[in-house]
Design a protein around this ligand. Structure first.
Ligand code: BDR
Ligand code: CA
Length: 313
């Protein structure tokens, strides 16, 4: 089986942690590196949390590179500690990272990896604000045509936002970076709130995940217990699931543009789908709009069970 080379660019984040674990649990994916960005919490915390999650899975060998500590143009960032807890992982008190950060800035690692691997084999999976990805594209535009694609979590095409009525968190934090990424010309799949809000981690689903063997199950119970409210959404894991089982998703072709000017609608992802709205403009993304949510949670549970079994053995 040819494995898909992957860089996860993230801001852990409880749902980022699930996405990392799902990637580690999946033999179809060769996780080249985890790159971190400021988002849910600050960069020091996101880059420590990524290593803590890898350590939990016994995969401290995967390099973690710190990237951008703030958005491109917005001076005052927003975070989502109110959703993920002050530590970004729902206060679950995982041990501090066993190893140091890997050498090299995330932006340079993204560029070097895209240039090193055979053209068309590296997928970027950004599940936080798009600052690192945009800077890599600005610094080295040649990487765009070397990518297999960009499969991201962010935006809300037909759904209201979650930070403002118009905007989803990852895009709102750095709309200028998102604009660069959507305009870059890489094959792009957008998993926004249109699809992630259709797959809530209900109490029954959390119970199933929590019953997985240690150390994964107990960590998930604690993490998801302190995450969000009600039936929380595990947004970022949806983007990784698409890499494994795209048949679980329904997508539409769209031209997605990011609002960067209006204070009212900052970070809105405006998706043109209808011919009348496209009016001859080219499409730049597949937008996920539907999900087999039971199939998604079955995949997540099966893979994380496999990961837990591998750690125990
Ligand atoms: C996105 O925002 C973050 O809080 C989550 O980790 C996810 O990437 C959802 O809007
Ligand atoms: Ca995230």
């Amino acid at each position: 089986m040819a494995r898909r080379h992957l860089i996860l660019d993230c801001d852990p984040g409880v749902d980022d942690a699930l996405a990392i674990l799902l990637a580690l649990a999946s033999p179809e994916l060769a996780l080249e590196a985890v790159t971190c960005v400021a988002g849910n919490v600050d960069l020091d915390r996101t880059s420590a949390n990524a290593r803590r999650v890898l350590d939990l899975a016994g995969r401290g060998d995967v390099p973690v590179h710190a990237g951008c500590a703030r958005p491109l143009m917005r001076r005052v960032g927003v975070d989502a500690a109110w959703v993920h807890g002050d530590d970004g992982l729902g206060g679950i008190a995982l041990p501090p990272p066993a190893g140091p950060l890997a050498d090299g800035h995330a932006v340079d690692i993204i560029i070097e990896t895209a240039r090193r691997l055979p053209a068309g084999t590296l997928t970027l999976c950004p599940i936080g604000p798009l600052t690192n990805i945009a800077l890599a594209i600005v610094k080295a535009p040649d990487i765009v045509e070397r990518l297999a694609g960009i499969v991201l979590m962010g935006g809300a095409a037909f759904n209201p936002g979650n930070v403002t009525p118009a905007a989803e968190f990852n895009i709102y934090v750095d709309p200028h970076a998102a604009h660069i990424v959507f305009e870059a010309g890489a094959p792009l799949v957008m998993h926004g709130l249109d699809v992630t809000h259709k797959a809530p981690a209900t109490a029954a689903r959390r119970q199933t995940l929590g019953a997985l063997p240690a150390p994964i199950g107990p960590a998930l119970i604690r993490m998801l217990g302190g995450y969000g409210t009600g039936d929380p959404f595990v947004h970022d894991a949806c983007a990784v699931a698409w890499l494994l089982a795209p048949e679980l998703f329904e997508t539409v072709e769209a031209r997605v543009e990011v609002e960067c000017a209006s204070p009212l609608n900052l970070g809105q992802t405006v998706a043109r789908v209808k011919p009348r709205h496209l009016d001859g403009a080219s499409v730049n993304a597949k937008v996920a709009i539907g999900i087999d949510d039971d199939g998604f949670f079955a995949l997540l549970t099966e893979r994380l069970a496999r990961l837990a079994a591998g750690i125990a053995s």
